[in-house]
Design a protein around this ligand. Structure first.
Ligand code: HEC
Length: 163
């Protein structure tokens, strides 16, 4: 009996050893792993990550600079005497209506930049004649002439209609 057991163990041992031997001889295919390609892919990935990082930083930058540049440019090309006069007169209106005529909610002043010139002129004339009552603007327009209103309307209608 013991002999049979020993024989079985030896047999199992031999089978195991031969099996392991056969594993060793399985050819290993290394052709799919190309170190050069892997390095190139790695470098490309790093470049991509750097690009993403750059875009992130770009997105995080405050946009104030850009807007300042826009503001610095001439809002209206003052190529006629009327526009020059309108530009001067508009200086008083900016407090409430903003440099670009964008309006100010804190002043309840509506956006007027880019509005049609005939409409602006009519509102100003009506306000002066008290057809349209606007107490806050009264001191600013009571000393202006009809020509001033025309100049203002021409200038304001050319202001960029943006936010
Ligand atoms: C003190 C603030 C203030 C100043 C300064 C001011 N406005 Fe106004 N403006 C207002 C307010 C408030 C209204 C809205 C009035 C209303 O509700 O009817 C208005 C309305 C207007 C409107 C009518 C807009 C519309 O859509 O009907 C025009 C045009 C206008 N202003 C032009 C001017 C001009 C031009 C000047 C400079 C001469 C000027 N404003 C100065 C406060 C001001």
């Amino acid at each position: 009996m013991t002999r049979l057991v020993v024989f079985c163990f030896v047999l199992i041992g031999l089978v195991a050893v031969f099996n392991l031997e056969s594993f060793k001889t399985i050819p290993v295919n290394n052709t799919r792993f190309d170190i050069k390609k892997a390095e190139e892919a790695h470098a490309a990935k790093i470049a991509e990550l750097a690009e993403i990082e750059k875009m992130k930083l770009e997105a995080l930058k405050p946009k104030v600079e850009e807007e300042e540049v826009v503001d610095e440019g001439p809002l209206v090309v003052l190529d006629t005497p009327q526009l020059v006069s309108g530009d001067k007169l508009y200086a008083k209106c900016m407090v409430c209506h903003g440099k670009r005529g964008e309006g100010k909610s804190s002043q309840n002043a509506p956006k007027i930049g880019g509005q049609m010139d005939w409409y602006i002129e009519k509102q100003l004339v009506d306000m002066k004649n008290k057809v349209r009552v606007n107490k806050v603007m009264d001191p600013y327009i009571k000393n202006l002439s009809d020509q001033d209103f025309k100049d203002l309307a021409a200038y304001i209608s050319k202001l960029p209609w943006k936010k």
